[in-house]
Ligand binder design. Sequence first.
Ligand SMILES: *[C@@H]1O[C@H](CO)[C@@H](O)[C@H](O)[C@H]1NC(C)=O
Ligand SMILES: *[C@@H]1O[C@H](CO)[C@@H](O)[C@H](O)[C@H]1NC(C)=O
Ligand SMILES: *[C@@H]1O[C@H](CO)[C@@H](O)[C@H](O)[C@H]1NC(C)=O
Ligand SMILES: *[C@@H]1O[C@H](CO)[C@@H](O)[C@H](O)[C@H]1NC(C)=O
Ligand SMILES: *[C@@H]1O[C@H](CO)[C@@H](O)[C@H](O)[C@H]1NC(C)=O
Ligand SMILES: *[C@@H]1O[C@H](CO)[C@@H](O)[C@H](O)[C@H]1NC(C)=O
Ligand SMILES: *[C@@H]1O[C@H](CO)[C@@H](O)[C@H](O)[C@H]1NC(C)=O
Ligand SMILES: *[C@@H]1O[C@H](CO)[C@@H](O)[C@H](O)[C@H]1NC(C)=O
Ligand SMILES: *[C@@H]1O[C@H](CO)[C@@H](O)[C@H](O)[C@H]1NC(C)=O
Ligand SMILES: *[C@@H]1O[C@H](CO)[C@@H](O)[C@H](O)[C@H]1NC(C)=O
Ligand SMILES: *[C@@H]1O[C@H](CO)[C@@H](O)[C@H](O)[C@H]1NC(C)=O
Ligand SMILES: *[C@@H]1O[C@H](CO)[C@@H](O)[C@H](O)[C@H]1NC(C)=O
Length: 591
Amino acid sequence: MTLASTLFTALWAASLVVADEPAFIQNAGYQQSAYGQYPVQTFVSNPNVTAPIFNVISTPGEGASNGSHLFISPRGTAVSNPSPMIVDAGTLSVVWSAEEYGTAFDVKIQQYNGEDYLTFWAGETFRQGYGHGYYYMLNSSYDIVYNLTAVNLTVPGDIHEFQLTPNGTALITIYEPRAWDLTAYGVQGGWLMDSLFQEIDVETNDLLFEWRASDHYNLSEAYLLPGTYFYDGKSAQSAFDFFHINSVDKDSLGNYLISARHTYSISYISGTTGEVLWQLGGKRNNFTDLSSGNATNFAWQHDARWASPSSSEQPRIMTLFDNGAADFNQSFPESRGLRLAIDTVNMTAAVEVSYNSPQRISSESQGNMQPLPNGNVMVGWGSDPAFTEFSAEGEALWTAQFGLIDGKATSSYRVYKQSWTGSPRTNPSIAAGNVTASNGTTTNVGAGGTSNTVYVSWNGASRVASWSFLASNSSDNLTTPDQTWRNVSSNGFETNVTVAGAARYLRAVALDADDAYLGATDIFDLQERRRRPGSRVNWQEEEEQQPSETAGDEASATQSEAAATSSTAAAVSLGAPMGLVVGLVGAVMMF
Ligand SMILES: *[C@@H]1O[C@H](CO)[C@@H](O)[C@H](O)[C@H]1NC(C)=O
Ligand SMILES: *[C@@H]1O[C@H](CO)[C@@H](O)[C@H](O)[C@H]1NC(C)=O
Ligand SMILES: *[C@@H]1O[C@H](CO)[C@@H](O)[C@H](O)[C@H]1NC(C)=O
Ligand SMILES: *[C@@H]1O[C@H](CO)[C@@H](O)[C@H](O)[C@H]1NC(C)=O
Ligand SMILES: *[C@@H]1O[C@H](CO)[C@@H](O)[C@H](O)[C@H]1NC(C)=O
Ligand SMILES: *[C@@H]1O[C@H](CO)[C@@H](O)[C@H](O)[C@H]1NC(C)=O
Ligand SMILES: *[C@@H]1O[C@H](CO)[C@@H](O)[C@H](O)[C@H]1NC(C)=O
Ligand SMILES: *[C@@H]1O[C@H](CO)[C@@H](O)[C@H](O)[C@H]1NC(C)=O
Ligand SMILES: *[C@@H]1O[C@H](CO)[C@@H](O)[C@H](O)[C@H]1NC(C)=O
Ligand SMILES: *[C@@H]1O[C@H](CO)[C@@H](O)[C@H](O)[C@H]1NC(C)=O
Ligand SMILES: *[C@@H]1O[C@H](CO)[C@@H](O)[C@H](O)[C@H]1NC(C)=O
Ligand SMILES: *[C@@H]1O[C@H](CO)[C@@H](O)[C@H](O)[C@H]1NC(C)=O
């Protein structure tokens, strides 16, 4: 199934069961603020999650890559609940949000010791474009396994980079203000914002390497002067940010590739001496541009990487995101991802592919370009809350937004498309209540002011394909498949079912695509309108199958044990057939 048909199937299904508001498709009002600067929805079953509602600007074409999820970190003046987020790449519904971390940057999956980790920076940001915080590595259960920090400096680690190397180390950036003589710029008692990067050992947080821009670059390399924008140079917080490091990559030769926004340059740094081996772009460009300037005229750029760690073949392939369309100093008509051929023997640079924004998005800051496993490219438009997936050759395959483009009120530092399996330690959540539409209108979908629509969700669970609702009017002991009332396909983050009257106790069991048990909610008492913990669920499928290795210790009972309980099953007390699976559409309401 192509991604396009996945998306449309999911959206079509979602339109039948509105617990999640489905993504908009080419909605003309979206960019006209019809739903606000940052359209969001909230959920009955989990008040801790506020999710963006996307607008698909152009729908997925053939050839989109198969990564299962998108990784974003919405923030900005329109975002009251900033959070790292995982979004389903097919339906664009949120899978995981963790507002306890607050503002996050660089949310993505990275490998460490052969395991996938969800990694990101979280902390406090400043309008000058840097931050103070920590670097997190979460396992598939969302436990914080590592919480890393900058080593031996006056400030904590900065927002811009948290890149793991294949050698079990991490590359991070730090913005450290230092008293500095700026009298040449007419500033007395001046402050310089120094840019550093460190390589640290993940296991011990020990410092392995440190590099400081002021040791290698003159202030005159900068394309802005003290007094520009937020950088008056007069205080530690508004220190003159002459370099603005925003990415660090390391190759198999042990050297570093760094991007400095305010010098319009990408530098290759010796991993032993720290000296600048060469520079691409900026005032000290060392390369002949074979593309009449287009390979070196990037500006305010981000996310410079080697596309392949191999450093032995020439030319080497480099990718970056060019913010040259930034409206305050425009050098290029629109933002673009760049794939460059860099010949470090003959010192030439050429554009291989330019991934230009089909909507001519002009990102004034942030942004990234992620090469995907099938050769495609994911571009996150940074200060514009949108992304585009391109074919390798530069054809835009699809674009979606999660806030107003050019609105300056919502952004996501980077956007990644990757595959992830999340199995939270929490139980899934259940609640009954009303439906609140994104326009704020509350509809009581139950009878008589006390809603009998029941909602379930499971923050972080990536594998839920359907929910089996267990119900009973007489017993709150809902523990076996025999008590199944209805099976409902998962509807994105939150799934609802309407209990039109009689059943007092309800519980939901989350099942994966093979109908294997994943987890069970508390029991919801619709009469007293409260939750209580249920006994352990004994789950076994009707048809013979091997227990899923991920089913967990609760799903331990054998089929004969489950069958032995059937005489007390809820379905009997409700006068309905055992284990009846009712389809989503045209279902007979039994209650
Ligand atoms: C919401 O967050 C609070 C505080 O962390 C927590 O106690 C509660 O269980 C969360 N609710 C859900 C449904 O996850
Ligand atoms: C991460 O570690 C820092 C100290 O290095 C601490 O202040 C912070 O609270 C930790 N974060 C979490 C979420 O525990
Ligand atoms: C910490 O930084 C100080 C000042 O830069 C330096 O003198 C000292 O050697 C550093 N200590 C370690 C353990 O790196
Ligand atoms: C990994 O370690 C090897 C052996 O020390 C070294 O040659 C290589 O440069 C390192 N690679 C990175 C990316 O750090
Ligand atoms: C790069 O250019 C600088 C001058 O701008 C020069 O000093 C340096 O030798 C050059 N390096 C290389 C590798 O060409
Ligand atoms: C440079 O980029 C501009 C803008 O996309 C384009 O019009 C021009 O043809 C490019 N020049 C070369 C030599 O690639
Ligand atoms: C460098 O240029 C020479 C002469 O044009 C060419 O023969 C050679 O292949 C180039 N080297 C590389 C590594 O591309
Ligand atoms: C996804 O695509 C990659 C690269 O094209 C391929 O290696 C991988 O097997 C695919 N995975 C699935 C689950 O289809
Ligand atoms: C549902 O909405 C009605 C008003 O439409 C309100 O009276 C009631 O308290 C709400 N119930 C819940 C559970 O939110
Ligand atoms: C709000 O949205 C709901 C559901 O989409 C719709 O029924 C209602 O008419 C809308 N109300 C307003 C004032 O737009
Ligand atoms: C979910 O709620 C919607 C109303 O918002 C309703 O039309 C739909 O039937 C409900 N789904 C189920 C399975 O009860
Ligand atoms: C709950 O149900 C299970 C299986 O149906 C049964 O073994 C157990 O005795 C029941 N417990 C209570 C407290 O009714």
